[in-house]
Design a binder for this molecule. Sequence first.
Ligand SMILES: Cc1ncc(COP(=O)(O)O)c(C=O)c1O
Length: 382
Amino acid sequence: MHFQTKAIHAGRERGIDGPLNGPSYPLYLTSTFHQDSHTEAGEFLYTRSGNPTRDNLEKQVAALEESKYALAMASGMAAVTVSLSLLEPGDKVLFHEDIYGGTWSLLEDFLATQKIGFQIVRDLNEFDFADLDPAVKAVFIETPSNPLNQVTDIEAVATKAKEHNLLVIVDNTFMTSYLQKPLQLGADIVVYSATKYYGGHSDVISGLITVNDDDLYDKLKLYRKVQGSPLSPFDAFLTNRGIKTMPIRMDAQEKNTAQIFEYFRDSDAFDAVYYTGDPARPDYTIQTKQASGFGGLISVVLNENYDLNVFTSSLRVFALAVSLGGVESLMSVSATMTHETYTQEQHDSIGIKPNLIRIAIGIEHIDDLIGDIEQALEKAKK
Ligand SMILES: Cc1ncc(COP(=O)(O)O)c(C=O)c1O
């Protein structure tokens, strides 16, 4: 079955809700489930451990990822946290410095207090594993990265990581299983902020984990239960509904983004354009090798002849907001919005200029998107 068909039909068996048999899976808003006797529980016992609506979503997600298991989490950060809970005191995590800020903060501000350390590198593609800190037990990859859309070669890094017995975790939020399947490239665990493309409508905070290994699954499921971080049934319902249109939304976003890239490239209002679909980029071949598309994110550096404040406040179709992956187009100024907690040194090292704008393209009509940028540029010209 093709991805598009599975997105709509995969999940729990049809007819599970009795003779009503609706096309959308029912929302079970219940915290607990009656038992017939004190010695026997049914398939579901208590919603923190399991819930049919969440279970339906997990089956849908596993079918799309072609994974054995999926776990729906209260947020993308809950997915990251439970995955990194596999580490023990004294262990370290290897990651690249343009990783999502929340993941970095989890490592620096929380896991460090639990005696879990880290080794940070600029670029995992370039990293020589001979320099690996012997305490490192896991590598955490996010590709493409945010905000510069740098691509890490998952298969190459996973192969080297496996030679050192590292657990390979990939944050696949920006690509989703529609465009990239890291488990098939050597990852052990894939995490998602399903708040983004899976949910797709900016109305839910949601996370996902996919995994093939039985032992890893058992541990992650247990940690989710004891940490109390599963997705609520209502949010599972919304995520399940969002996923049904994910392929067509992502196709539309990708088409719009490719056209906007051409507009940006030909405009003299931008000093730099960062897009995984730019054939001139050195990592373009990695992207085309490991993913079947380029996604809906693009970043630009606004030229100094344009006033950043006037430009961003003049937008009428684009909203100025953090996040991405929804049907609506959003812009965020990385230095002051998504990466405001980073030091100047970190901004310089990653390449976050004060006028760098990360743009998440939605599914609006392309003429309205380009028209909005043009009218805002006109107002912002100094
Ligand atoms: C790449 C990436 N991973 C994880 C997260 C965290 O997800 P959530 O906000 O759903 O907790 C985000 C959020 O922006 C993200 O962009």
